[in-house]
Design a protein around this ligand. Structure first.
Ligand SMILES: *[C@@H]1O[C@H](CO)[C@@H](O)[C@H](O)[C@H]1NC(C)=O
Ligand SMILES: *[C@@H]1O[C@H](CO)[C@@H](O)[C@H](O)[C@H]1NC(C)=O
Length: 219
């Protein structure tokens, strides 16, 4: 607890300066996001997928963010970190592209749905300053794309995950306001998910159909 407290206090103080200094540097653009494939060690450890569509044909994206071990990538350094950044930029790009999949002139789809599974998130990530700095920086990119998010869900959020959410609040503010945050008791959140999302668009372990098949897996 003490540790996380110290980290969040420290972030609140230096983060505004950090953001303005990194935004300028973060102007690399890619032109191969349609075809590029991250190396397997990135894809297998930073899993996300298009699970299906909601009742209004909005794409539903699920990411197992609690298991995303960014710290390991920092420990590996250089090239791996570049790949991870690109992997995430590609996810955001695909999210954007997916809005048009079921969009028609009569009923345009302009927003999507995001579900982040925070299972597994722990102090190894939150307690590592450089990882948190990086998360903060990526959260800015996420926020830009999340303006086109109708509804968000974060599930399996433990108290360490709550700390992270508090740290990211200044960046994610408006999209967090459209996000329901649930703890680790699936009996609480499964009924709520099913109010918004069709069973056939959810894996069984999130309350979906036994024969669920994701629309597309990237990982
Ligand atoms: C997503 O689409 C919006 C609107 O077309 C655009 O402003 C934004 O740059 C796109 N973001 C990504 C990551 O492609
Ligand atoms: C909900 O969690 C319990 C306890 O961990 C587990 O036994 C059960 O299989 C879970 N339900 C679903 C639908 O995965």
């Amino acid at each position: 607890m003490l540790d996380t407290f110290r980290i969040s206090v420290c972030l609140y103080i230096f983060v505004p300066a950090f953001i303005s200094s990194t935004l300028a540097e973060d102007s690399i653009k890619y032109d191969d996001l349609d075809t590029w494939e991250a190396p397997p060690e990135i894809r297998n450890n930073f899993v996300y997928y298009l699970s299906g569509f909601d009742f209004e044909d909005r794409p539903i994206w699920i990411a197992e963010t609690g298991k995303w071990d960014a710290r390991k990538i920092f420990d590996a350094g250089g090239e791996q970190l570049k790949m991870l950044n690109k992997h995430i930029d590609q996810a955001l790009y695909r999210y954007n592209q997916s809005l048009s999949i079921r969009s028609t002139p009569e009923s345009p789809v302009t927003e999507g749905v995001v579900l982040l599974d925070m299972e597994g998130y722990d102090m190894r990530q939150l307690g590592h300053t450089r990882t948190i700095q990086w998360v903060f920086k990526k959260a800015h990119d996420v926020e830009v794309v999340a303006r086109r998010m109708a509804k968000g869900f974060m599930i399996n959020v433990n108290f360490i995950g709550e700390r992270l959410i508090n740290i990211l609040k200044p960046v994610l503010g408006p999209s967090l306001a459209r996000t329901d945050i649930y703890g680790t008791n699936n009996g609480t959140w499964i009924p709520k998910l099913l109010r918004h999302l069709p069973k056939e668009s959810l894996p069984a372990f999130y309350g979906g159909s036994a024969d669920f098949v994701p629309a597309a897996v990237y990982g």
